[in-house]
Ligand binder design. Structure first.
Ligand SMILES: [Zn+2]
Length: 187
């Protein structure tokens, strides 16, 4: 009986995570990665829960984005992607160790935590511009550690993302935006 309950719970957990991710317009390949559900099951879930909703969730096709430049192409965007990176770091979704962090494939608990981080990012940034898939791209690139790196400013101690192949390294976006937008003294 216990084994059946556990199997049911894990099956239900996978469905719940898939539905949560479909609601964020995640691509089928991303949902398959996190949940282990087949493309056919994911299509059926989408059809059952979202297809005929009037405020329609879109089903995104094709591959997830893989580029990193749009994540760090201006100080403002770098600040914004840094918010999500900080949340993901706090949530334990990546680490500075060479292995990149815990295993994510078929990890229902961390899949929900990734959704928590993404939803928090959407709620704390005034005009969020990163789709769920761009958030996923951000995390996978940080974990890969080849092009996108996390760095901490020696001055203000902010943690932010940077293109590791860009030399010289760009200045901290926080310090730069303070220098640009400082409103001066209030007397
Ligand atoms: Zn700084």
């Amino acid at each position: 009986m216990r084994a059946t309950d556990d199997r049911y719970r894990s099956e239900q957990g996978r469905f719940d995570l898939a539905i949560r991710m479909i609601g964020h317009e995640a691509r089928t390949g991303t949902i398959r990665y996190w949940t282990g559900l087949s493309d056919d099951r994911i299509r059926k879930l989408y059809a059952a829960y979202f297809k005929f909703k009037p405020d329609g969730v879109k089903r995104r096709r094709g591959k997830s984005p893989t580029q990193i430049t749009p994540l760090v192409d201006s100080p403002l965007r770098t600040l914004e992607s840094g918010v999500l990176a900080n949340l993901l770091h706090g949530g334990g979704l990546f680490s500075a160790q060479p292995d990149g962090g815990p295993r994510l494939r078929n990890n229902i608990q961390l899949g929900h935590r990734f959704c928590d981080c993404y939803e928090t990012y959407r709620s704390v940034v005034a005009a969020p511009s990163l789709s769920f898939e761009w958030g996923w791209n951000l995390l996978t690139n940080i974990r890969r550690g080849e092009e996108l790196g996390v760095t901490r400013c020696g001055q203000c101690k902010s943690m932010y993302l940077r293109d590791l192949l860009c030399l010289p390294a760009p200045d901290c976006p926080v310090c730069r935006s303070v220098a640009v937008s400082s409103p001066g003294q209030l007397n």
